[in-house]
Write a protein that binds this ligand. Structure first.
Ligand SMILES: [Zn+2]
Length: 145
């Protein structure tokens, strides 16, 4: 019996995964950050997981951070997040480098995740260093309604 695997529609992405820079933003790196976020005790975690699992990365930031845009299709079973501001929550992690990593989850006007900022150090002044890893969660803050 034959099995078919459907590749999801990510053809618009220029992932540039070939070994060049480990630190360069890529779809694989974005998926790793999504996996890390899934594992955290974020507010409305089940809804966040639903949205991450049903959505997809739509574009990658190329400024040196690991940020990316995200789109969650509007489907009946995917619930929106309740958030007073577009910034749904912020996570800070210690890293294997000197500075910490900030991860910001943004929602659109309807409460669906639309962007993830993943930056190193204060105010995104430096690019993500090659080989950086989140080693420990420092805090999660959010402005839930
Ligand atoms: Zn960026």
């Amino acid at each position: 019996m034959q099995r078919f695997y459907t590749a999801s529609a990510r053809s618009g992405l220029n992932t540039n995964d070939e070994e060049s820079f480990v630190s360069a933003n890529s779809l694989n790196i974005a998926r790793e950050w999504l996996d890390l976020i899934r594992a955290q005790e974020v507010p409305d975690r089940l809804i966040v997981i639903e949205q991450i699992d049903s959505g997809e990365v739509t574009s990658l930031c190329d400024c040196g951070c690991h940020g990316f845009d995200f789109h969650v299709p509007r489907q009946a079973f995917v619930r929106p997040l309740q958030s007073e501001t577009r910034l749904f929550c912020e996570l800070a992690f210690e890293s294997n480098f000197e500075d910490e990593i900030a991860v910001l989850l943004f929602v659109d006007a309807e409460g669906y995740l639309c962007r993830f900022d993943v930056t190193y150090g204060s105010a995104n002044a430096e690019a993500m260093p090659e080989g950086i890893l989140a080693t420990r969660l420092k805090y999660i803050c959010f402005s839930k309604r």
